[in-house]
Design a protein around this ligand. Structure first.
Ligand code: AHR
Length: 498
């Protein structure tokens, strides 16, 4: 098996917006409680947040964190989560049939997210609430002082406004599971009204309208078009959500999940540009892929079967080497669309379908999926180059014929260093990759880092937290303007050249 690609700084896809490496903290299961926050834990800081988890979050490299949901936000009263803790109400969370104690709210979250090096991306509730609650929340977070809500924030201990830039207008409002789900037209109107009021409070914010909750939704496509007809001039992004898993042992299809992501992104871009053309608009709407990951949804019992509980163990998927390779491939897909996908959030951050796991009173550790994410976030900054790999194709039941190797390259605009990310989707054969670097004369040498394992189902655990980790397999030397590298079967690879 052989594949080839050419790296030429002249062929640019676009700049990487660092917010492509976002993640997501929902009040769901143990993401917040006993995930990021656990007063009484030996590693808890003076605010009750776990230092061990915070360190792993910092090393993951997530410049933006979506909060507080997800399905949760569609029944959330943000006012419940501010002010003296002892006065905060306990509420039923209808989304996950859980008891919400409101111990953590917007103040604690914003302060924590900044301590771990992230900016909050706040969602407003357009399920049970609307314009009024959204504008008061924004006044609370972003208005300096001298009004009811801004002075309340000051009274709660934050004299400076939080200045939160990025806001989601609701969550998955097309989904029948969503509290307050509705039609595209009705949601579009409400999103437009809310956006207009929010922009009057703070014109500097950026807004994300809800797209479909998945490309399989019956209204996919028309939902986006209708919502954008109502909101085009008032919003900046449309959201995209997608989760992948292996179905019925069909690993070849699962390994090609990024083919679906490519098509999904390209369809939503086409829809945005269609509405732009029809409405004679000037600006472009970009994509916020604010929920994506591997999620074994078929193993979830369904929220309707849950008992009411505080911070229950929900959707705590354990990820394998295969899942990590797919996550790395999905990141390649996002990068390849960096001209239009500006924001993306790995859903979620801790315990709940997450790269980081923690036990109450016990350790925190990272899943295999953590590694390709952390390395891509660290080195995949700068400009994405169009590398156009050529190589073998193979058949899959779900997606037909797919490329066996996928790759992208990111050039650091300051140093000129180039990092290639590549996946070999072949489960059995390794693949020889030839890289033409003649257009990058300054690059001389580099390293090859691989995530693969003789046991593709290997996982990490509290007892064996480093069972699966990437390894440096060799040095690279540029000869006659080329390098060659062997990509092992079922592997995620990073080739870093300086
Ligand atoms: O991330 C888990 C859930 O998936 C979110 O709450 C929801 O938005 C999506 O359906």
């Amino acid at each position: 098996h052989q594949a080839a690609l050419t790296v030429d700084p002249a062929f640019r896809v676009g700049e990487v917006d660092p917010r492509l490496y976002g993640s997501f903290v929902e009040h769901l299961g143990r993401c917040v409680y006993t995930g990021i926050y656990e007063p009484g834990h030996p590693a808890a800081d003076e605010h009750g947040f776990r230092r061990d988890v915070a360190d792993l979050v910092r090393r993951l490299g997530v410049p933006v964190l979506r909060y507080p949901g997800g399905n949760f936000v569609s029944g959330y009263n943000w006012e419940d989560g501010v002010g003296p803790r002892e006065a905060r109400p306990r509420r039923l969370d209808l989304a996950w049939r859980s008891i919400e104690t409101n111990e953590i709210g917007v103040d604690e979250f914003v302060q924590w997210s900044r301590r771990v090096g992230s900016e909050p991306m706040m969602a407003v509730n357009l399920g049970t609430r609307g314009v009024d609650a959204a504008r008061s929340l924004l006044e609370y977070t972003n208005h300096p002082s001298g009004t009811y809500w801004s002075d309340l924030r000051r009274k709660h201990g934050s004299p400076e406004p939080y200045d939160i830039k990025l806001w989601c207008l609701g969550n998955e409002m097309d989904g029948p599971w969503q509290t307050g789900f509705t039609t595209a037209r009705e949601y579009g109107r409400l999103a437009a009204q809310t956006a207009q009021a929010m922009r009057r409070v703070d014109p500097s914010i950026e807004l994300v309208a809800c797209g479909s909750s998945g490309s399989g939704m019956p209204t996919f496509g028309t939902w986006e078009a209708t919502v954008l007809e109502e909101t085009y001039d008032l919003v900046d992004y449309i959201s995209v959500h997608s989760y992948y898993q292996e179905h019925d042992g069909d690993r070849d299809s699962f390994l090609a999940s990024a083919v679906d992501m490519d098509q999904f992104v390209e369809s939503v871009v086409a829809t945005c540009d269609h509405v732009r053309a029809v409405g004679k608009h000037k600006k472009r709407i970009n994509l916020s892929f604010d929920e994506w990951n591997v999620w074994y949804q078929s193993r979830f019992v369904g929220e309707e079967n849950l008992d009411w509980a505080e911070a229950p163990r929900l959707i705590e998927d354990t990820y394998s080497v295969v899942d990590a390779v797919v996550v790395g491939d999905l990141l390649i897909s996002l990068l390849r669309h960096a001209d239009r996908v500006k924001i993306a959030c790995l859903a979620q951050l801790v315990n709940v379908i997450a790269p980081i796991r923690s036990e109450p009173g016990g350790p925190a550790w990272v899943q295999p999926t953590y590694h390709p994410f952390a390395l891509t976030s660290r080195y995949g900054r700068g400009t994405v180059l169009r590398v156009e790999p050529t190589g073998p194709l193979h058949d899959t039941a779900r997606y037909g014929e797919v490329p066996t190797v996928t790759a992208t390259a990111v050039r650091d605009d300051e140093t000129g260093a180039v990092t290639l990310f590549a996946v070999n989707r072949d489960q059995r054969e390794s693949l020889a990759l030839d890289v033409d670097l003649r257009a990058c004369r300054d690059l001389v040498a580099g390293e090859h880092v691989v995530l693969t394992d003789p046991d593709p189902e290997a996982t990490n655990s509290a007892e064996a937290p480093e069972r699966v980790a990437p390894s440096r397999v060799g040095d690279l030397r540029v000869e006659d303007g080329r390098i060659g590298a062997v990509l092992p079967p079922l592997s995620w690879n990073m080739l870093r050249l300086t």
